[in-house]
Design a binder for this molecule. Structure first.
Ligand code: BG6
Ligand code: MG
Length: 227
């Protein structure tokens, strides 16, 4: 029997909108103030993981900072979030990445459920600013899970709420940790980005304009047939 997908679960930052860049700029500003230099290559490992885990990765670059108290770490994480919120303050529907709204409309047309699977505490607010909340049947953000990506909990929580078997879900991600989470959930993973970071995706596209509904479903069915 050919399996047709029943849910699409979208990552937010770097898939629906380019806030992945804003997270990087906010971390870079904080790191600069701490005398630490970070670049885009280093940033790849921060994608998809929580705010506090990202901070720990940055502090590891300067061993003297690892001794900070947890209160000091929370203050630094809050400071980064303030920088991030300044950057997302003015985003609106023009910041939706190419192809995304067409894909969401196709999902609706085909009665496919739509969920968000984001590690960000700011996700509901960002989705609202983009004017996309209306498409989503369920939103999983950092507050709804105990274990963040690469643990599958973000994706399984969405599927469980929707009542859809994991093998009938497709997850879309720009982060290596996110693809790992989708794969561990036994879902079909679609990566957006470079093969250098996302070679473990079931299907990989270079950017969101290449996220074509029919092609994604075709790839999903091909994989299901060979299982
Ligand atoms: C993820 C981003 O979606 O959310 C990470 O890829 C970010 O870069 C994480 O650190 C947490 O976001 P926030 O908004 O809760 O600090
Ligand atoms: Mg992302």
């Amino acid at each position: 029997m050919i399996l047709y997908p029943q849910a699409f679960i979208y990552d937010l930052d770097g898939v629906i909108t380019d806030t992945a860049e804003f997270h990087f700029l906010a971390w870079k500003k904080l790191a600069d103030e701490l005398g630490i230099s970070i670049d885009k290559q280093f940033n790849e490992q921060l994608k998809g993981i929580s705010r506090m885990e990202s901070l720990e990765h940055i502090l590891k670059l300067n061993s003297s900072l690892l001794k900070l108290t947890s209160e000091e770490k929370v203050r630094l994480a809050n400071q980064k979030n303030e920088y991030y919120l300044e950057l997302v303050e003015s985003i609106n529907s023009s910041n939706i990445l190419p192809g995304i709204e067409t894909l969401l409309s196709k999902n609706k047309e085909q009665n496919i459920k739509i969920a968000l699977g984001s590690a960000s505490k700011n996700a509901p607010q960002v989705l609202d600013k983009l004017g996309l909340t209306k498409y989503f049947d369920y939103v999983v953000d950092a507050s709804k899970v105990e274990k963040g990506k690469p643990d599958p909990e973000t994706f399984t929580t969405a599927a469980d709420y929707l009542g859809i078997p994991y093998t009938k879900c497709i997850g879309i991600e720009d982060a290596a940790a996110g693809i790992e989470a989708i794969n561990k959930a036994d879902m079909f993973s679609v990566g957006v980005g470079a093969v250098e970071h996302l070679s473990h995706a079931d299907y990989l596209v270079g950017d969101t304009s290449e996220l074509i509904f029919e092609e994604i479903v075709k790839q999903y069915i091909e994989k299901s047939v060979f299982l």
